[in-house]
Design a protein around this ligand. Structure first.
Ligand SMILES: [Fe+2]
Length: 176
């Protein structure tokens, strides 16, 4: 009495997996939205993001505000992307067939590590440009490089990954 049959309990597990999966997708979507917002904030700050002008057309106060925002952009970027990658890797490892040694997981995690390294370099490059008085150039470099890195990763890894979890197949599972 009060005990669940194997069938009922596996139904419960399936439901909780499905529920967890939905929360995971929601979280991933929120993280993507945060990144999208960061890119939009860059666009809103710099008046010359999509041209090749310097900061001559902007007043002193505006320039100071743009320069002052860099530290929080850099901080937010590392925090959002770091959490996002950690979260993605956790979701992957929670899938039944995925282990630390699974080839696709290793490749995907290596891609995350490389992006984190590239972002550190990018932050260094942008700080240098800003210190040289090239603030608009720094904004452009930050925006363009970040967009490219995320876009490339999305196409190469995240879209196949999300598709595969939706269809319950394995990404990068090549048939030889
Ligand atoms: Fe990813």
């Amino acid at each position: 009495m009060g005990k669940t049959t194997p069938l009922q309990s596996s139904d419960l597990v399936n439901k909780s997996i499905k529920k967890l999966a939905d929360e995971d997708y929601f979280q991933i979507e929120m993280e993507h939205a945060s990144l999208e917002k960061l890119l939009n904030d860059l666009t809103d700050s710099c008046c010359n993001l999509h041209n090749q002008f310097g900061c001559q057309g902007c007043g002193e106060g505006k320039l100071a505000a743009c320069r002052g925002r860099f530290p929080s952009f850099f901080h937010d970027l590392i925090e959002i992307v770091g959490n996002h990658f950690y979260h993605e890797e956790t979701i992957m490892l929670n899938r039944p067939h995925v282990t630390e040694g699974y080839e696709y997981f290793r490749a995907h995690r290596a891609a995350h590590t490389n992006i984190m390294r590239s972002l550190s370099s990018l932050i260094g490059e942008c700080s240098t440009l800003d210190k040289l008085g090239k603030t608009a150039e720094s904004y452009r470099h930050f925006y363009n490089k970040l967009s490219t890195l995320l876009e490339e990763h999305n196409v190469a890894f995240d879209v196949p990954f999300i598709e595969s979890t939706r269809n319950n197949t394995s990404p990068g599972n090549h048939h030889h």
